[in-house]
Every structure is written in C-alpha cells, then in structure tokens.
Design a protein around this ligand. Structure first.
Ligand SMILES: *Cc1c(COP(=O)(O)O)cnc(C)c1O
Length: 495
C-alpha cells in the first residue's frame, strides 16, 4: 500500500468509526449469530494477489458487524466498562506508526520518559501518596502493565524476591524451595471470583475454591473470610496470618481489592494496611475498576490506608477513557521487581542505564508498546474536570437505576451501590433469576451478566458506555421489568 492509498483508506476508516459510534445506539447490543457463523462468509485461504482496500471496507458490515457485541452501546451493562474515546483511538494510530518496542530507554527514549511522567500525572490525579511518584525523587515510580491480573502477578514476584532475601539473611535453608513451599499469600475470596469470572488462572488449575488454600503464581493462596458486605477486615486477616505463623509458615503477600469484580465491594484498607505493616508482609492494592473514581476527592475515603501499600494498580482502560490495554501500576520500591526480573544480556545493555527506568525489568514480557501516548492525549483533550464529570455521571446513573429497582417490590438489591454497578435480583429463587437473565439476554436489547456470592445468584447492571444517558437507564430498567412480567406470565401458565 502506498502513502496516498493509506491516506484515503485511513480517512475512510475515520469516517466509518465516527459513523459507527455516533449511531451505536441503533444497533442490537448482543449479536444473534450462531457459533461458526463467520467461516462460510469468507474464502478458506488467504488471497494470492492483493485486493482493494474498498473491498475490505465493504466486508466490515457484511462479515464483522453481525458478530460484534457492542460494548459501547448505551445499553451494554455487562462486566465492567472498557474504555473508548477518540483521543485514545488517535493516539493508538500514532503509536502503531512509530511502532517501537520500548524495552530499554535507548530503544525509544520518548516511550520510556513519557510513561514515567504520565504515571506521575495519573498518580497525582488520584491523590496517591508521594512515595509512589517518580517526581518525588525517592525510589518509587509507575509503569503501564497490560492488565490488572499481570500487575497482581508482578507484585507477587516482587514480594517473593523480597521475602526470599530476608529469610536467607535470617537463617540457613537447604535450598530456595524450602522457603517457597512455606510462603503464604492472602486475599478476600473475591480475587478467586475475579479469576473464575475471567475463566483462567495462572496456576494449572482452571478454578480456585472460595475457601481453603490453593496455588496461584506458584505459592499458596489463602482466602480470608469476608464480612456480610463481602469485605476483608483487618481482624480476619490478622487471625489468618497468626494461624499460619504458628504452623511454621511464612506469610508474605496480601492483595486488598478496592471494588471487587463481582459486587464492587471494598476491602477495609484502613485496617488491612496496619496489619500488613506490623506483620511485614507486602500489600498490593487491586483497584482495577474503582481506582478511576479516586480522581474525584469525594471517593478517596475508600482508599484510606493506601499509604501502607507497597504496590497499587488500577485500569485506566476500564473507566478512564484510555483504550485497552493500559493498566497503571505504582511501586514504592521497584528494586524488588527489578531484581526478580533482571536479565541483562549484552545486546540489551546501554551506557545510560540507571538514570531512568528500563521498563523491561518491571514487567513479564520483554516487548512493550508506546501506550503512554494515549494517556497523554486523553488527559490533555478531556482535562481532569471532564474526566471527573464522566465518573460522577456514571455513578449517578447507577443510583437512578437503584431507585427504580427499589420502587418495584418484586426486586431487591444484592449489594450496596457505591460505584456505577447495581447488583439486584428478583426476590425468590436463584432459578427464577437465571431464567430472567436468559430472557433479557435472549431478547438482545440490553446485556447483563450474573454473579453469585455464597449461594445467592444475582444480576449485575454496570453503567459502561460514555454514551449512556438517563433515558437509556430508564429503558434498560423497563426491559428488565418487561422480561420479569413475561417470566411471571409463563410461570402462571405453567402452573
Ligand atoms: C477487571 C478486574 C480485574 C481484571 O482486570 P484485567 O486488567 O482484565 O486483568 C482484576 N481485578 C478487579 C478488581 C477487576 O475489576
């Protein structure tokens, strides 16, 4: 493709994208295709000779769109939001054009340096303690990871390298494995649920149980019992650690979740933090979804105790309008991660090592994209005040939905509404709720997913799209009510 064709093609694509997003409200949220729908629509081998870009454009509506779940439809309410914004889309075009692999500073200085500064910008917007920020002149700093799951694993590996060093200084061990098999990490049952909902685990086991120990990242994970609002409290963590120490085990890592995937519950960080400090265990905070809300000062009470954390992570790619993938992670002392990951073959060494981060030591892969460009574009082209308005609007829409749920005596809430997620259910059996959800998604006008805490099955309504307005929320609720009417009518007929 020559330069002039690229100009025509990309301009046509920009028009198509604007058209798609402007009119996304008119599309059915969930596709009605059956598995295997796509293969018969395209040839069974790659073309031998080049085609025209116009032919490719024509096939988007024919081949792709019938099988797209429209995540940015104002009536998409499943999972959690994933970001979408014009500044981020354009920044990714530029990143794709530069197409550098920024593993060391010299591999593309702007790629490393903009990331370093953008993580300071973001950290300041959230009100993170200065110990996390590179601009404070201490050891701390931030990095972009691909996902929150990766950040949790990276922090675990840092914590592991720290505890191994400390234990070896304290007493002699036959080998490293003797230490590793005694290590214990802690989380609320909700981390397990996150991994389960996403259908994968970093250990070989596909599913973790909600109680008892299991393995993740090569160490034992203990599920700390939660309170009636699904939150981990300090006393329960303290008791679990004490029991393990008495059994001769080595507690070393705690993951506190601010805004769990299942019901958006907040672990009690203000209590967990001091416990971790007393017990000298690494505290990692997973605020993947809810972290974006901390740009609004009125929600920072939910991260009280963050000053005790060793690492903190949230996903701008969820709720802060920076497209996937962009998971922001801060470390107070990155040297533990750097030591754990440091591999320095000759061809990756350069003369200026040490003065700025070589991000390859801060992450699992070697390669990395120029992702800070999209943070820069989004922060500049929205401005903090519009990002705050975006968060506040979503939360207020969730409360609007909550009020409608409460006004219909057939329904009840399954969790407190704190962020832009409403967990609700029909009063009555899990089976009725399962049927209701099946009808809602079968109709395809709105899209919800369920979750389960303990034995209670419920539906989750997340405000996801930046196009969602009050009118959409009202229509979504009417759709839920209509399906509940239909369910009740069918049950009446069946009886
Ligand atoms: C969404 C979510 C995750 C997973 O995020 P990825 O970036 O997809 O790994 C982890 N933890 C919480 C609390 C989440 O909400």
């Amino acid at each position: 493709m020559d330069h002039s064709t690229f100009r025509d093609f990309s301009k046509a694509m920009a028009d198509y994208i604007a058209e798609y997003l402007e009119n996304i409200r008119d599309r059915r949220v969930l596709p009605s295709v059956q598995p295997g729908y796509l293969r018969p629509l395209i040839p069974n081998a790659a073309p031998e000779t080049a085609e025209q870009w116009t032919d490719v454009m024509k096939d988007i509506e024919r081949v792709i769109m019938p099988g797209v779940t429209h995540w940015h439809s104002p009536r998409f309410h499943a999972y959690y939001p994933t970001a979408n914004s014009y500044p981020a889309i354009v920044a990714d075009m530029l990143s794709d054009a530069i197409a550098c692999i920024g593993f060391t500073w010299i591999a593309s200085p702007a790629c490393t340096e903009l990331e370093d500064v953008m993580l300071d910008w973001l950290g300041k917007l959230l009100g993170l303690p200065k110990e996390f920020l590179a601009c404070s002149g201490g050891k701390g700093g931030g990095v972009i990871q691909g996902s929150a799951s990766e950040a949790t694993l990276v922090a675990l590996l840092g914590a592991k390298s720290k505890i191994m060093t400390e234990e070896k200084e304290k007493r002699s061990y036959a080998d490293d494995y003797e230490i590793v098999k005694k290590l214990v990490a802690y989380t609320s049952g909700e981390l397990a649920l996150t991994i389960l909902m996403e259908g994968y685990s970093l250990s070989n086991k596909p599913i973790l149980p909600f109680n008892g120990p299991d393995f993740w990242g090569g160490v034992q994970f203990r599920m700390v019992p939660v309170d009636d609002k699904h939150r981990m409290q300090g006393a329960a963590l303290k008791a679990a650690i004490k029991k393990d120490r008495e059994a001769g085990l080595i507690p070393f890592y705690v993951v506190a979740t601010l805004g769990t995937t299942s019901s958006c519950a907040f672990d009690n960080l203000a209590e967990i933090g001091p416990v971790c400090q007393e017990e000298k265990v690494w505290l990692h905070v997973d605020a993947a979804y809810a972290g974006s809300a901390f740009i609004c000062p009125e929600y920072r009470y939910l991260m009280e105790g963050v000053e005790y954390a060793d690492s903190f992570n949230f996903n701008p790619h969820k709720w802060l309008l920076v497209t996937f993938d962009c998971s922001a992670m801060w470390l107070k002392d990155p040297s533990w991660i750097v030591n754990a990951f440091n591999v320095d073959p000759l061809y990756l060494k350069h003369d200026l090592q040490g003065s700025v981060p070589d991000y390859r030591h801060w992450q699992i892969p070697l390669g990395r994209r120029f992702r800070s460009l999209k943070i820069w574009f989004v922060l500049r082209l929205y401005g903090a005040e519009n990002l705050r308005a975006h968060i506040r609007k979503h939360i207020s829409l969730a409360h609007e939905f909550e009020q409608m749920v409460l006004a219909d005596s057939r329904f009840e809430l399954a969790a407190d509404v704190i962020m832009a997620l409403v967990c609700f259910r029909l009063k009555g059996s899990n089976e009725d709720n399962e049927l209701l959800l099946k009808m809602i998604n079968g109709n395809g006008r709105i899209h919800l997913v369920p979750s389960k805490i303990g034995t209670t099955y419920f539906l989750r309504m997340a405000v996801c799209s930046r196009y969602t307005e009050s009118q959409d929320i009202q229509e979504s609720w009417k759709e839920v009510q209509a399906m509940a009417d239909r369910l009740q009518a069918e049950k009446a007929k069946g009886n």
